[in-house]
Design a protein. Structure first.
Length: 331
């Protein structure tokens, strides 16, 4: 049972306590606006190696570094003109920029590469933590490798609670899926991981952007964390479209799972003939859907579901990050 960690409120006294843990090279789970992160001093290689051990993460998969402001960003990476324009448009916020690293950043963070992913997070408590520490924080999502990212402190406690002294409760993550990762070390820039800041919004700032579909294969190699089987619930997940209950029932029957062990996540065509405990409705609005999605997947796993059916979302740009996560979860 992973349950020994205590959950702390984001108070000034707790801020001092957790900054102390981080200064000594320890790990803490912290809220960000995207998903919860497992943070360590990004300039301390031993601390960063602890992150990989706690998550069971391959050391070949680089960590994102969280900064507070452009001055700090400029000390650990080369901020080119594109980076400055994007930072002005989207930081603080859910956009990670892959840039040429400075020698201050240890190999443990970059997996030995010469680039570093940087983000200025929007969550006020995460910002307070970086300010209190005075150093940038390396933080991947606070889940075990290949499991669903946590969007509240209880999700973190269930996965990593036996390994952490301190989990901070900063409320429900407001974005709900991980940041967009954009590689600015190539021209044109290339999205390595879609997110809620979508390709059209980035292209509007940069003027051009590599074709995302064509980039998919290359991104997998460049961002090892983006292998297809990722972000997965334990249950099988399928993305389906239906016009009415009969059509949904016919499709579900093909998976040979008892209806009681099937969970349906719908946003537009709400099935009426499945049990109330088996249907959840999340809003047909990309931002609200993203905020709710991982919580639903965690809930379905906790309920012992064997099949999770997600009503297919629209294919428009605002939904591209959500579609990416659903497809990986279904892979
Ligand atoms: O929203 C987020 O980005 C969250 C919160 C905690 O900030 N963090 C997060 O980190 O999702 P993580 O480690 O779970 O995912 C980071 C992704 C991985 O796929 C990794 O391979 C990629 O970003 N990445 C990190 N640094 C990179 C680099 N220098 N070059 C290419 N890809 C990189
Ligand atoms: Mg992750």
């Amino acid at each position: 049972m992973a349950a020994t960690a205590r959950i702390y409120r984001p108070t000034p006294a707790n801020l001092a306590r957790l900054a102390g843990v981080l200064v000594r090279g320890g790990l803490v789970a912290v809220p960000t606006e995207t998903v919860y992160g497992l943070a360590a001093d990004a300039l301390n290689p031993a601390a960063c190696r602890r992150i990989f051990r706690a998550k069971g993460r391959p050391t070949t998969d680089p960590l994102i570094v969280h900064v507070l402001g452009l001055a700090q960003a400029g000390r650990i990476a080369v901020l080119n003109a594109s980076a400055r324009r994007l930072a002005a448009a989207f930081w603080p916020g859910p956009l990670t920029l892959v840039l040429e690293r400075s020698p201050l950043i240890p190999d443990a963070v970059t997996a030995g590469g010469n680039t570093v992913g940087l983000r200025w997070p929007g969550h006020p408590f995460m910002q307070a933590v970086i300010r209190a520490c005075g150093f940038p924080l390396a933080a991947p999502s606070a889940n075990l490798s290949n499991q669903i990212s946590p969007t509240n402190s209880e999700h973190v406690r269930r996965q990593l609670g036996d390994q952490l002294p301190l989990i901070v409760d900063g409320g429900q993550a407001q974005v709900g899926i991980e940041s967009t990762v954009l590689d600015l070390t190539v021209t044109p820039a290339r999205i390595l991981r879609p997110g809620m800041i979508h390709a059209e919004a980035i292209a509007a700032v940069l003027g051009n952007l590599a074709d995302t579909a064509g980039a998919a294969q290359e991104s997998k190699l460049k961002s090892p964390g983006l292998l297809a089987k990722h972000y997965s619930p334990r249950a099988k997940l399928v993305i389906l479209k239906w016009d009415d209950d009969a059509s949904l029932r016919t499709q579900v029957a093909g998976y040979s799972v008892a209806p009681a062990q099937c969970q349906i996540i719908a946003h537009t065509r709400i099935p009426a003939s499945f049990g109330a405990d088996n249907v959840s409705v999340i809003p047909h609005d990309a931002e609200a859907f993203a905020r709710a999605l991982y919580g639903e997947m965690h809930r379905c796993d906790a309920a012992g579901a064997r099949l999770i059916v997600v009503e297919a979302p629209p294919e428009s740009p605002e939904w591209s990050g959500i579609l990416d996560r659903l497809r990986r979860a279904a892979a």
